[in-house]
Design a protein around this ligand. Sequence first.
Ligand code: KET
Length: 459
Amino acid sequence: MGDANMRAELGSPGRRLGTLARHLGVDYSPASSSLMASHNASEIVTPSTTAGSYGGSVFANVVQAPEDPILGVTVAYNKDPSPVKVNLGVGAYRTEEGKPLVLNVVRRAEQLLVNDPSRVKEYLPITGLADFNKLSAKLIFGADSPAIQENRVATVQCLSGTGSLRVGGEFLARHHHEHTIYIPQPTWGNHPKVFTLAGLSVKTYRYYDPTTRGLNFEGLLEDLSMAPHGAIVLLHACAHNPTGVDPTLDQWEQIRLLIRSKGLLPFFDSAYQGFASGNLEADAQSIRMFVADGGECLTAQSYAKNMGLYGERVGALSIVCKSADVAVRVESQLKLVIRPMYSNPPIHGASIVATILKDRKMYHEWTIELKAMADRIIRMRQQLFDALRTRGTPGDWSHIIKQIGMFTFTGLNREQVTFMTKEYHIYMTSDGRISMAGLSSKTVPHLADAIHAAVTRIK
Ligand code: KET
């Protein structure tokens, strides 16, 4: 392929930056040397002039980028010397003692792996560990899924949920006729960045209604019904982040009918399977409804939360196709996306997952540990709700017990959050989201005091 063709195929970096800048509402012109950044767009796109003169660094004009809105909360937390500090920013599970948890079944799988002398450190294929891919598809689509039986699913191991979304986004930018992706408003903060840099054009659909603290179902249907034919729709499979608000099964069915009748392409982000209800099958229901109708969809799976494999970066992208021969060709193109990006994925985490998923006893043990994590989060919801009621904190806090998954979208505003961090050393994202998984019975009273003070002192 000639250089010009290659550029045309990939889309120029300038065009991608331009698209990202437009999406984020900044004035970017590749001809000029600076980017007039508003809010936080500069963190990813700011090109800067280089010093170029002898002695000075060629990077002298590189500007300091802001911290990530979610991972930056942990950076600030780590710098705080206070003994009462609590990190409710990142969605990472903690025990009642406030410690990170490695599941027993994960430890056991790792022991088996290190004790097996036949295991080597060779490169995996570009698509990753074959066993892992098959088992991941089964986990999300169901063991008896016709799509799997008919070999219509192309699955590739990727770098956790984020990497799966990015590879899927890049594949769509190259091979799908419609480059617009609709994401919910609000959504996980990394979604717009991942998809814009993948070469897609990001638009939003209404999702959350702050007045009811529930789903804006009318708005959602209206916005998706206006989307152009073929547009991609990003859906959170369960435990919507940050709102904790999921459609009911009836509402999912209506969303499915609309998506299929308009010829839209669903792209599921499944980062919390098992974390919403404690049940892996129930949390995959939305996706399975779409696969059951024989239509196409994409799914990005993460094992960060449900197996506690955060730093191992284990995930999978599955593309459900109409026929086996399409799936073979799709997989061949996914390899062309992955090879120049990171060549092939890491072996360790995927081997842990495959070991657990293929052994009936270990699988069972995992479901029990997973349920225990989900149940502890649900207990934290009840305890926080009770603590606010006891304090007579003004407002209706029932959404704390109604919302689903790792997070509570509290409704606290930016000033109240800043106050809680400054006065109570409670770290959370500025949109008022708290990670219930970071809370324990010991820290609930402290958080309730902070919320009470914030809402009574700051309107
Ligand atoms: N999708 C959603 C909806 C999501 O919340 C996360 C992570 C991911 C994908 C990516 O996870 P990965 O570790 O790449 O498998 N969310 C938490 C962590 C983060 O922001 O990276 C969070 O929202 O706190």
